[in-house]
Design a protein around this ligand. Structure first.
Ligand SMILES: [Zn+2]
Length: 704
């Protein structure tokens, strides 16, 4: 049987290309391959049982409608000859969305082409598509993202259009948006997409359309925007009407689409027969020309609703087409000293409808500290804020509201600093200071120099000629938050490296993290068991800065005021005597055996903030959690990549949406969370994890 399918599938494109027709998508090969697996066929049977129960339960709720927020990523190579005819305007995108809304709400005029024989089966999907108004960060967007690329054309096999690192565009959270990618694709298909139960990575859900077939493009056969209509069918779990071909009785798992043998192309004339029945070639899920595909069946509509309720439920909770923040990212000014009241928040009102009412409340003393009405868009600064927690509410003329929670903290006292001006030139530093010491061995390590002064006359030169020495600055910090910064100069052909240690003695050291500046101008943050790369400027002074929050165990690392990486460092090293004391900053003598160090340091400074809110508002924005193993036999683990999670709710549910397990964790330890599932039947399940207003739903499969 399997062999027969392969032969059949491979003949369709050859035949059709000879006729000048193109297969609409690559779903056939993906689906046929999967159908050769017994497990997958079993999965579809399980899915079918669940669907039957769902439809019985759903009777009372029939005719519910759905809204799907859409983001369109348009990727173009501006310089390559292959792309010269690609010109997709915003108006083309709006027209494509209109076409989707017509097709999915039975508002398309051409539905009248449906032969009388099939009229009773026409279904109205009642699915509304809206271009996103709110981006994943909560700010306003038009839902259209344009990118330029160097790629000459994208591959359906590599799926590289969905990754920025491969010249494409990264998805917006696929739980909240339907992602559409438009660009030039190589393989001979119009577009591609897959079912929600296919094993697709989270960030690759959505579909791709070749640009000649997007919107009302004027293409002779495929210029009416129906490729997107078809691909969304797959995205909502529909198969092609011929299934795996060969008059297979299961075909597309939909009862009211007649069994058919294979795809139709061009503009067939009804009736055409296969498998002893007249075929519904005018269905959106066939391969006919755009002008000939005009309808979904009610059976297909039921399947799509099931897919939306069970496989893609989070789309209905998305704020993708909701109200954006009325302000752009606000900026804070901390209080300048402990008892000062000169903190401020800068608001830029950019969206919504004037006038805007702004109310600021001190949530500690519960007093209104500012209240104003702005008659138009613009900047507003709330000033004279002291060390406290605040809530600002901005309400526009339509009643749309943005709330901002923030703290103003005392931030600015210098805890420790050294500009190296007080030492004797051309002498070893450790002989002149009790705070700076040579590590393990009292010999040449770091020298006071004045060849390349930055500010003042002198700086520190790290030049471990014997390759054995590192150079330590005592830190001894275990509470509060610190802004630790210094200036660095790494000459061409040289490298640099430093490490922050929890515990630093000659014989036992434990690193909290290590930063490397390699000879090629590329740097790495080695922290939390992974390397995060960054670029740094060579042969010039630049600032390295790290906000180290000892109370919340968070580090934010910046180069030249650009934030490179934020991470949690409490769980990455063995705790020292039960606490995470930062013992020392060590300028290392070598990056590796190949490269000699020879770099310069100046203006070492640590600023103390007793209040630890140093601006980490965004760190828990997305729940960073993964599930393994999947598929599984009898247990799953949830790995939380952020130890700052406190109160977490975990829910396991089945295809019917029935909750099977509910776990509330008040104090999650750093261990991965294990769920025992040995008492469950095999099949598809979901686990949803919620923390405050952030949540994530993950699918998993049990195979005994
Ligand atoms: Zn298809």
């Amino acid at each position: 049987m399997g062999k027969l399918y392969i032969i059949l599938i491979s003949f369709i494109p050859l035949f059709s290309l000879a006729q000048g027709f193109v297969p609409r998508c690559n779903f056939d090969s993906l689906y046929s391959n999967r159908m050769q697996s017994l497990d997958y066929r079993q999965l579809l049977i399980e899915e079918e049982k669940a669907f039957q129960i769902y439809t019985q339960e759903k009777q009372a709720l029939k005719n519910s409608s759905y809204t799907i927020p859409v983001v369109v990523h348009i990727i173009k190579n501006e310089s390559h000859e292959n792309w010269v005819d690609m010109d997709i305007t915003d108006a083309d995108v709006y027209r494509q969305i209109e076409i989707l809304n017509e097709s999915y709400n039975l508002l398309n005029q051409d539905v009248s082409q449906t032969p009388e024989e099939f009229e009773e089966f026409i279904g109205n999907a009642q699915i509304e598509f809206c271009l996103a108004t709110v981006d994943p960060n909560g700010y306003a967007t038009n839902g259209i993202n344009r990118y330029s690329t160097d790629v000459t054309s994208f591959s359906t096999v590599l799926d590289n259009i969905k990754r920025s690192e491969d010249g494409g565009a990264d998805a917006w959270d696929t739980d909240s948006y339907l992602n559409i990618w438009v660009g030039r694709i190589t393989t001979g298909v119009l577009g591609y997409s897959d079912n929600p139960t296919a094993n697709i990575p989270d960030d690759e859900h959505g579909f791709v359309v070749g640009y000649p077939y997007f919107g009302e493009s004027g293409h002779e056969s495929y210029g009416m925007g129906k490729t997107a209509v078809h691909e969304i069918g797959h995205y909502l779990n529909l198969k092609h009407p011929w299934g795996i071909g060969n008059c297979d009785a299961a075909n597309d798992w939909v009862n009211d689409t007649p069994i058919s043998e294979s795809a139709y192309y061009g503009n067939p004339v009804h009736p055409v027969m296969s498998c002893e029945t007249g075929d519904m070639f005018m269905n959106y899920m066939d391969y006919v020309n755009d002008s000939s595909m005009v309808m979904f069946s009610q059976g297909q509509v039921d399947r799509m609703h099931y897919a939306l309720d069970i496989f893609r439920p989070t789309l209905q909770e998305s704020n993708g087409c909701g109200v954006p923040y009325l302000v752009t990212q606000p900026e804070f000014t901390h209080a300048s000293s402990e008892s000062a009241s000169d903190g401020a928040i800068h608001l830029d009102i950019a969206y919504g409808q004037a006038p805007f009412t702004i109310i600021c409340e001190d949530t500690v003393s519960q007093t209104i500290v500012d209240s104003v009405v702005l008659s138009s868009y613009g900047n507003y600064i709330i000033v004279n804020l002291s060390d406290a927690d605040y809530l600002v509410e901005i309400i526009d003329a339509l009643g749309q509201t943005t709330s901002l929670d923030f703290s103003i903290s005392y931030y600015g006292s210098v805890f420790d600093s050294d500009n190296f001006e007080s030492y004797t030139e051309d002498s070893l530093l450790f002989t002149q200071s009790n705070e700076w010491i040579s590590f393990c061995k009292d010999s040449f390590a770091a020298n006071i120099s004045s060849n390349l002064p930055l500010e003042g006359l002198q700086y520190l030169e790290i030049n471990a000629a014997d390759g054995l020495n590192s150079f330590i600055r005592d830190l001894d910090i275990d509470v509060n938050a610190y802004d630790l910064s210094f200036k660095m100069y790494v000459p061409f052909g040289r490298s640099a490296s430093y490490t922050i240690y929890h515990d630093a003695t000659c014989f036992s050291s434990s690193a909290a993290y290590n930063i490397q500046f390699n000879v090629d101008g590329q740097g790495y943050i080695n922290a939390a068991g992974q390397n995060t790369p960054f670029d740094f400027p060579q042969n010039t002074w630049f600032t390295v800065n790290q906000l180290i929050d000892m109370d919340r165990d968070i580090v934010e690392f910046s180069i030249a005021d650009q934030v490179i990486h934020i991470w949690d460092f409490s769980s990455t090293t063995g705790s020292v005597n039960g606490t995470s004391v930062l013992d020392a900053l060590v300028f290392n003598d070598k990056v590796d055996s190949m490269t000699q160090v020879h770099y310069f340091i100046d203006d070492f400074k640590m600023i103390l903030s007793e209040n630890s809110n140093l601006g980490y508002e965004d760190i828990s924005k997305a729940l960073d959690v993964i599930l393994y193993p999947n598929p599984t036999r009898d247990e799953i683990y949830l790995k939380f990549n952020d130890a700052s999670y406190g109160n977490i709710q975990v829910k396991v549910f089945n295809l019917h949406g029935q909750v099977l397990e509910f776990i509330e964790l008040n104090d999650k330890s750093s261990d991965d969370l294990r769920l025992s599932l040995s008492h469950y039947d095999q099949g598809i399940y979901f686990v949803s994890i919620q923390k405050d207003s952030y949540f994530k739903t993950l699918k998993f499969i049990i195979q005994h």
